[in-house]
Design a protein around this ligand. Sequence first.
Ligand SMILES: [Zn+2]
Length: 348
Amino acid sequence: MRSHVRRFILILLWTAVYGQHWTPDPYAQVSIGLVWPDGIQRLAAEGYPVEDGWFDREGNFHLPVPGSAVAQLVAEGWKVMVDIPDLTTYFQERNVPAVQREFPLGSLLGNYTLEEALARMDSLALRYPNLVSPRDSIGATIENRAIWAFKVSDNPTQDEDEPEVLYTGLTHAREPLGMMNLFYFVQQICEGYGTDPELTFLANERELWFIPIVNVDGYVYNQTMFPGGGGMQRKNRRDTGCGPGTERGVDLNRNFDYDWGGPGSSGYPCDPTFHGDSAFSEPESRAVRDFILAHDFSNVLHYHAYGNVLIFPFGDGTYPPEPDETTFREIGAAMTVVNHFPVGTGIE
Ligand SMILES: [Zn+2]
């Protein structure tokens, strides 16, 4: 993923060879035959977002990539099969209408649009004023949209002397399930308060903060360009000189300062894992940083929606000092009792 000219030629090639109609964001899911861990490390070094991929039982690695990258992967010598030629269409066709439970779904394949998410925050605060604080802006995005946070606790507008936890969603704009999951959790606390002992304890004795949409601009891009859902913008919307499509932007999940620029991130502005010009170069990552620094969080959970895994620190292959590592493993085991997701560091 290095040069525009090469990419343009490859796009033409892809279109010619596969007879595909060229759309702005023809993301595909490919299956790559590779040897672990060398193959993964090489893919990551080439700028592919390997945490979005997963292995099947035969050891093939499945990954979403721009359509233009398919021919490129082949040219780079990878053994590639196209599982799904157009992920956006795939997501749209796969959607089934409202599961029958008392949880209001949104208009974007069931996910909330930005406007619907804000209305949901407001209605929760209105309906449960003793548990949910009004939303508060913690900063502004590149395109000058507010980034919103709210708190769930008893006496939600007071800063009580209780342990604090932060939950975030949609750092990557194409992973709205992380945001929906948080609203579901909040609703569950509100409805179970006073009857469910564990949820009541959580609200009484903890302060739970939520930033459901970190990457507001990327999400608005997806809902604007693909109002039927399935938009594939991942990064924020900083103009990094890659045209108006999904190649534009900085990967906010590579823009934090810990091991900034390390393996698994890219210095090329059009790659999906572009880390930005410096750590915290982006207003969205700065807003999250400043919010964390202004609080005393015991734990922070960033919800993504790829891979079906629970990843704890650190991403560079090292382990957190004890007792943190054991704590992470214990929390991880408890969190995955039902879904059986693998738990570990990114390398594991
Ligand atoms: Zn993600």
